[in-house]
Design a protein around this ligand. Structure first.
Ligand SMILES: Cc1cc2nc3c(=O)[nH]c(=O)nc-3n(C[C@H](O)[C@H](O)[C@H](O)COP(=O)(O)OP(=O)(O)OC[C@H]3O[C@@H](n4cnc5c(N)ncnc54)[C@H](O)[C@@H]3O)c2cc1C
Length: 379
């Protein structure tokens, strides 16, 4: 049975997130983007509202609301600020969720309460200079030394890299291309851990993206996440959830584009009438709204499967593919509807267009989502 009704709890969380985005994020996002300011104050408020422990069980201080609710919340946050949105998404989906799913009792007790309150922020380090779409080609490595592992190498493109306190880091512990990868929980205070170059980016400029340097970092064996050699499987399973976060980010950016376009189309007059009276503008707005609804249903379907612990790899890839294309199209059309004004920093659609671009690149580029979907269909 398909039921599209949101529970009272979900409506309350969505409305709280919407109010938070309207009051705390949207009025400041343009300035943060310009000044490259990491919005720690906004993240702290998000934590107070319980948004940093959405997938964490109550016994470890979280709210355990699940993936569908996380998607709703992320859409609202990203509607206000995509940099804050990706920070909250990576923390919940790429750090907390795999600890909940694959962590030992000791790891859960040690990390989850701090993550749920937002006292600590989490990051996820898979990519390297030579390993992007082909993540299994990673070269960072760990060697065993007594009861410890020594990690060595450089990770690239790490979201919240300079601000997070603890990271899940994927490294090579064996020869086998896929079966030789393991995951470790690494704290920023561990000796030899460093933050390298910070990227100058087109969009999500308030979210710091950095290198992570591993200079013989000594990590206790107790910090291995999952089984030795099970890291790649864990990374891909985690990305199924992460892609729902990015699909929701796309929905949030897309909705911001739609809302800005409706407002502008009703206000701006040319040829003696609001431009929203012209059919060309009406069709753009109708298509934007319809594609966003379609992408949202795909996203919530995959999130519901994940909440019910059913496979959702293809469905998550479909959601991310559809939502990210939709966000980029909505951003392009929003700038078009705004005309010259849309090309300036006077209006936020210019930022939405820059922010939307990343949704087609990270957590698997567009063609990688197509590859995942096709593999599921063709075998
Ligand atoms: C702002 C930002 C934040 C990021 N945050 C993180 C993070 O927190 N943690 C992390 O681990 N990584 C992160 N990444 C890395 C991101 O996931 C990678 O950039 C992404 O996976 C693409 O890898 P690449 O950049 O090496 O591109 P490449 O893999 O070199 O791809 C380049 C192009 O080739 C295409 N291509 C590659 N292989 C194929 C194929 N087989 N078939 C068809 N087309 C193909 C791709 O689709 C793409 O269009 C981030 C990146 C950015 C830009």
């Amino acid at each position: 049975m398909v039921d599209f009704t949101l529970s009272e709890e979900q409506q309350l969380i969505r409305d709280t997130a919407r109010e938070f985005a309207d009051k705390e994020l949207a009025p400041n996002a343009g300035r943060w983007d310009k000044e490259l300011h990491f919005p720690r104050e906004a993240i702290e408020k998000a934590a107070e509202l319980g948004f940093m422990g959405v997938t964490i069980p109550e016994e470890y201080g979280g709210s355990q609301l699940g993936n569908v609710t996380l998607c709703m919340l992320l859409e609202e946050i990203n509607r206000g600020c995509a940099s804050t949105g990706v920070t909250v998404s990576v923390h919940n989906s790429l750090f907390c969720s795999p600890i909940v799913k694959h962590g030992t009792e000791d790891q859960k007790k040690r990390y989850l309460p701090k993550m749920a309150t937002g006292e600590w922020l989490g990051g996820y380090c898979l990519s390297e200079a030579g390993a992007g779409s082909d993540a299994a080609g990673l070269r960072c490595a760990a060697r065993k030394d007594g009861d410890d592992w020594i990690l060595e190498g450089t990770k690239l493109w790490i979201t919240t890299g300079s601000e997070a306190d603890v990271f899940i880091i994927f490294v090579r512990t064996g020869e086998d291309r896929v079966g030789g990868i393991s995951a470790f929980i690494v704290e920023k205070t561990m000796k030899g851990f460093g933050v390298g170059k910070k990227e100058e980016k087109l969009g999500i400029r308030a979210s710091p993206t950095t290198e992570i340097l591993l200079d013989n970092v000594r990590v206790p064996a107790a910090n291995m996440l999952g089984a030795e050699g099970g890291g790649f499987k864990l990374a891909l399973d985690t990305l199924d959830g992460g892609r729902l976060g990015i699909a929701s980010q796309s929905l949030g950016i897309g909705r911001a584009c739609l809302e800005a376009s409706i407002q502008y189309a009703n206000e701006r007059e040319q040829f003696g009438r609001p431009i929203g009276r012209f059919q060309a503008i009406q069709w753009k707005i109708a298509d934007m709204a319809t594609h966003l609804d379609a992408a949202r249903f795909l996203t919530w379907r995959a999130a519901d499967l994940r909440d019910r612990k059913l496979p959702c790899t293809m469905e998550a890839a479909q959601a991310k593919l559809m939502a990210s294309l939709t966000a980029n199209n909505a951003a392009r059309e929003a700038v078009q509807i705004h005309g010259g004004a849309g090309y300036t920093r006077e209006f936020p659609v210019e930022r939405y267009m820059r922010d939307a671009r990343i949704t087609e690149i990270y957590e698997g580029a567009t063609d990688i989502q197509r590859l995942v979907i096709a593999r599921n269909l063709l075998g």
